[in-house]
Design a protein around this ligand. Structure first.
Ligand SMILES: [Zn+2]
Ligand SMILES: [Zn+2]
Length: 97
């Protein structure tokens, strides 16, 4: 992708959401800040600027219901933290039996 080189010359960490904005040319410079974290629900990187607006820990700001609908087959993708916890609990149970 032509954008990859442009992105790597930037000094700040650009998260997955910032990259999407750049590619869509929605902004010249995404306002990403802070350390990148991996989202618990969509398994992609996000920064402190693009974290969940609902203040959920470890979750980015995208609509995970939509993302889950489109990418559920990928695995490791969940619509809500509750769904993730339920899935993790189920996995634990399977390990114990
Ligand atoms: Zn960001
Ligand atoms: Zn996410």
């Amino acid at each position: 992708m032509a954008h990859e080189n442009e992105l790597s010359t930037m000094s700040t960490n650009i998260c997955n959401i910032g990259k999407k904005m750049l590619i869509r040319k929605a902004t010249a410079k995404p306002k990403c800040s802070g350390e990148l974290q991996t989202c618990l629900l969509c398994d992609r990187q996000f920064c402190s600027e693009h974290k969940s607006k609902a203040n959920e820990t470890g979750v980015c700001e995208i609509d995970h219901h939509t993302y889950y609908r489109n990418h559920a087959t990928r695995g490791g993708v969940y619509p809500t933290l509750e769904a993730r916890n339920a899935a993790v609990a189920k996995m634990d149970e399977q390990v114990r039996h």
